[in-house]
Design a protein around this ligand. Structure first.
Ligand SMILES: Cc1cc2nc3c(=O)[nH]c(=O)nc-3n(C[C@H](O)[C@H](O)[C@H](O)COP(=O)(O)OP(=O)(O)OC[C@H]3O[C@@H](n4cnc5c(N)ncnc54)[C@H](O)[C@@H]3O)c2cc1C
Length: 322
């Protein structure tokens, strides 16, 4: 294993290059390594849940720090000879003259080659530009009740609306607290339907119109939401719905078909994560907005298993063809 030692020898063709070393990529790498395939993980080292101290909802790992989870994953793939390089893939292409050969260019200047690719580059959360929101994201500014709801149950929740879809978030988080205020912020009151208003009332969610100017923070804790008119509402937690920006750059370079969803454009895939580009798979948040850590790990496993079969059959086909 040559993990984290520079310069690594990345020459020769890998069976598989995995771009992205989060839960999806490392899980794929574990299966590939155990299948005796020469595998390289290229990872820029910025997993989506890095702002959070705890990772919840992954059976047997509930409450573990995301950094520790990934460090354990890197240890596990090392046992099977999988290599990992801390770098960013900046371009990718198929080397037509050499058949099953993808060339992945790294920001550090090197190019690696592989017969198959798994792209597990995740997504970026684009947060509203309200002062304090980005700084406190993952602490007391939260996006996902499944990730954090239990830890803040029964607290005073605010929901910072960014689109009329934020009504759904306010309704959802009412499952974790009876004290929820929806701040309409950039959403006009008349954008809410009668059905929205009826459901909000049934859930006991208070609706406050007006732009949010910032958060009140005292002794490093969120204590309130400040409106542009100067009024402050006592709140200890704020939920926001970041705009999901999938990292599809490499997929687009390869010509993969993408499909629009309300949460961004993601590659069209089969049930194993195989994209429309032969030889290229994806998993985790690069494949879908709602993929939690456990789904990402599972998707990585599925993609890797499909690649193992694909490579074995492809080699047998070549042998049979003589
Ligand atoms: C604040 C917060 C808290 C969360 N809490 C939870 C939780 O408690 N439980 C839960 O199940 N889920 C949680 N999630 C969701 C969780 O983050 C995702 O489910 C998970 O990160 C998806 O894993 P992934 O491998 O697809 O992507 P990521 O974990 O984002 O990993 C992608 C990796 O690819 C790398 N990368 C990107 N582009 C390139 C490139 N071009 N070249 C090389 N490397 C690249 C990135 O740097 C990163 O290391 C949370 C999310 C957020 C934002």
């Amino acid at each position: 294993m040559t993990q984290n030692k520079e310069p690594q020898d990345l020459s020769g063709k890998y069976d598989v290059v995995v771009v992205g070393g989060g839960a999806a990529g490392l899980s794929a790498a574990l299966v590939l390594g155990r299948s005796r395939l020469r595998t390289l993980v290229v990872d820029a080292g910025e997993p989506r849940n890095a702002p959070s101290e705890h990772m919840q909802g992954y059976l047997t790992r509930d409450g573990m720090s995301p950094a520790e989870f990934l460090a354990l994953g890197r240890e596990e793939i090392a046992r099977y000879g999988v290599e990992l390089v801390r770098d960013r893939a900046v371009d990718v292409s198929r080397v037509e003259s050499r058949g099953e050969d993808f060339a992945v260019e790294l920001a550090g200047g090197r190019t690696v080659h592989a017969r198959r690719l798994i792209v597990t580059t995740g997504l970026e959360d684009e947060l509203p530009t309200v002062p304090g929101v980005a700084e406190r994201f993952g602490r007391d500014v939260l996006h996902c009740p499944f990730c954090h709801g239990w830890e803040v149950r029964d607290e005073r929740f605010g929901v910072l609306a960014t689109t009329p879809l934020s009504v759904h978030q306010a309704l959802m988080v009412s499952g974790w607290s009876d004290d929820v205020t929806l701040f309409l912020h950039t959403v006009a009151e008349d954008e809410l339907s009668d059905d929205d208003l009826r459901r909000l009332a049934a859930a006991g969610v208070k609706v406050v119109p007006g732009e949010v100017a910032g958060l009140r923070v005292e002794e490093d804790r969120l204590t309130g939401v400040r409106l542009a008119d100067g009024t402050v509402h006592d709140r200890s937690v704020v939920f926001v719905a970041p705009k999901a920006v999938p990292r599809t750059g490499l997929m687009e370079r390869l010509g993969a078909e993408l499909q629009e969803t309300p949460f961004g454009a993601y590659p069209v895939v089969d049930p194993t994560g195989r994209t429309t580009v032969p030889g290229v798979w994806t998993a985790g948040n690069a494949m879908g907005f709602a993929e939690q850590v456990v789904h990402a790990a599972s998707g990585g496993y599925r993609a890797a298993a499909a690649i193992v079969g694909d490579l074995i059959m492809s080699d047998l086909d070549a042998a049979v063809a003589g």
